[in-house]
Design a protein around this ligand. Structure first.
Ligand SMILES: Nc1ncnc2c1ncn2[C@@H]1O[C@H](COP(=O)(O)OP(=O)(O)O)[C@@H](O)[C@H]1O
Ligand SMILES: [Mg+2]
Length: 219
């Protein structure tokens, strides 16, 4: 068994739905080891983003435990959450969330304190060296998404979380993006969890799970 990067056990999460509580995650377990890329599929509204946000310490579960790099996070103070999130988790959102007033490379150098040469090198690897000094509005959807990926890879975060990273891309670009995540995960011994609707990229991942009725089922 490889080193455990993400351990989630007995995760329960409900949202208020009118008078009722709707249980979105019903005792979900998920473990992801170093060097592993896992995909989560399932219908819209089945709780995939909720699960990813709990894994990324953006949201607290009602019940259950989350461990990042072997460290249980539930009882840590808020300050420790912020630090762990910044240092150990690279989040790739569906809508990239780049800051409009910064250039592509400043998304990494200014926001994360990343080294400028290392940033240029990473951009080169991701095929976006030519956009380093452009602002998000000047980039195509695929370029913006690759800047967001560079940002997630730029820190030494061991856990990469991607919520529908291929949603805004054509199928060829989508496949490239998943290949990048796969390569980063395998070569640098990180762990990645990717939520996706895209059946065509599932051959690139190591394991596939399906969210259904609040449960996570190995597919
Ligand atoms: N902050 C929230 N407040 C209330 N309901 C929410 C909230 N976030 C998500 N939900 C509901 O929880 C369910 C699962 O949402 P989500 O995790 O976004 O699903 P998915 O990513 O699989 O589409 C949906 O029915 C959604 O409406
Ligand atoms: Mg979602």
């Amino acid at each position: 068994m490889s080193e455990m990067i993400l351990g989630m056990s007995g995760i329960v999460k409900s949202y208020a739905d009118g008078e009722e509580q709707r249980c979105v995650l019903d005792h979900v377990d998920l473990s992801v080891g170093a060097g592993e890329l896992v995909a989560i599929v399932g219908p819209s509204g089945s709780g995939k983003s909720t699960l990813l946000n709990i894994a990324g310490m953006m949201l607290s579960p009602d019940e259950g435990d989350v461990a990042i790099c072997g460290r249980a996070v539930s009882h840590l103070p808020q300050r420790a959450w912020t630090k762990l999130r910044r240092e150990q988790i690279g989040f790739i959102f569906q809508n990239h969330q780049l800051l409009p007033h910064l250039t592509a490379e400043e998304q990494l150098t200014v926001m994360l304190g990343a080294d400028r040469n290392a940033t240029r090198e990473l951009f080169g690897e991701l095929g976006i060296a030519n956009v380093a000094t452009k602002h998000p509005a000047q980039l195509s959807g695929g370029e913006r998404q690759r800047v967001a990926i560079a940002r997630a890879f730029a820190t030494n975060a061991r856990l990469i979380l991607a919520d529908e990273p291929t949603a805004s891309l054509d199928s060829e670009r989508g496949r490239q993006v998943v290949q990048m995540i796969r390569q980063e995960t395998h070569q640098r011994n990180k762990a990645a969890v990717m939520v996706t609707h895209d059946q065509r990229v599932l051959d690139l991942v190591d394991r596939v799970f399906r969210m259904e009725d609040g449960k996570l089922i190995a597919a």
